[in-house]
Write a protein that binds this ligand. Structure first.
Ligand code: ZN
Ligand code: ZN
Length: 273
């Protein structure tokens, strides 16, 4: 085939694949996905395999593509052995990026250790970078449990961990092309100023702590630095219309319908009214 013909073929293939992928995996439009599924992926498409790592308190996700592996969140400190063991079982030595959804200890606690072991770069939204670089976790206010508010200055120092400088500061928008992953950052502030989701192939959202499926699926109701922003961020995420949302806590994903119907109650709903 001549060169223009080959270029046309590649371009068509590149353009068509995301559309074909949507047709090829109708099952993901159905029920929520159970995240604790042996060693296999919780989601597999022709271009992406998602592995859920349930790291006790919180969830992390390994995103495998032909171009490399991306880790979304890294759990509490001392979770690195679980993450590295899963990478080894997958036979992947190409973890390239660790995306931290927000600077809380249960999401970046093992990021520095994983970086040391793999050489992967750590990325976080620029509004949370200073806290992470200081090893801090700021809990904001606990409006749901007003009585607990005075304890926060006592709790936050206990949550100090290894200072974790970011290699890449994130803003709203696409990840660098070189990662080969069709993904973008959606800034969802409120829980922390730099909270964000990674939206992959415009279909799969890795949402950090904006939503949780612990118990019944719910909007963040425990900790926030700005509850009004939490409410706005829920609406922003809904507007992205993800087919599946993978939360930072909880045993299942949320389908698009579950996200659309999620009640905006609790302190975020109160602040929005
Ligand atoms: Zn959090
Ligand atoms: Zn969390």
């Amino acid at each position: 085939m001549d060169t223009p013909g080959r270029a046309w073929l590649w371009r068509s293939w590149r353009t068509m694949t995301p559309a074909l992928t949507r047709w090829a995996v109708p099952s993901v439009h159905g029920p929520a996905l159970a995240l604790a599924r042996r060693d296999g992926p919780v989601l597999a498409t022709p271009t992406l395999r998602v592995h859920a790592l349930m790291l006790g308190v919180s969830n992390a996700y390994l995103l495998e593509s032909a171009h490399g592996v991306v880790l979304v969140d890294a759990g509490l400190p001392l979770c690195e052995e679980i993450i590295l063991a899963r990478l080894a079982r997958l036979g992947r030595r190409d973890l390239r990026l660790i995306v931290i959804t927000h600077a809380h200890v249960d999401h970046y606690g093992s990021a520095a250790a994983v970086r040391r072991a793999t050489g992967a770069a750590i990325a976080v939204h620029r509004a949370d970078a200073a806290d992470m670089a200081a090893g801090r976790t700021r809990l904001g206010s606990i409006r749901a449990w007003g009585w607990a508010q005075p304890t926060l200055p006592l709790v936050e120092p206990l949550l100090r961990v290894e200072p974790t400088g970011a290699d890449l500061l994130l803003d709203e928008g696409a990840l660098p092309d070189a990662l080969g992953l069709d993904a973008r950052i959606v800034h969802l502030p409120g829980h922390t100023p730099g909270s964000c989701a990674l939206l992959v192939e415009e279909q799969y959202a890795f949402t950090g702590d904006l939503i949780s499926t612990n118990g019944t699926a719910h909007v963040q109701r425990s900790y926030a630095q700005d509850w009004r922003q939490v409410a706005a961020s829920v609406e922003k995420l809904r507007g992205c219309r993800p087919v599946q949302s993978f939360p930072g806590h909880g045993p299942t994903s949320l389908t698009g319908a579950m996200l659309a119907e999620l009640a905006l109650d609790g302190p975020a709903g109160h602040a929005a009214r």
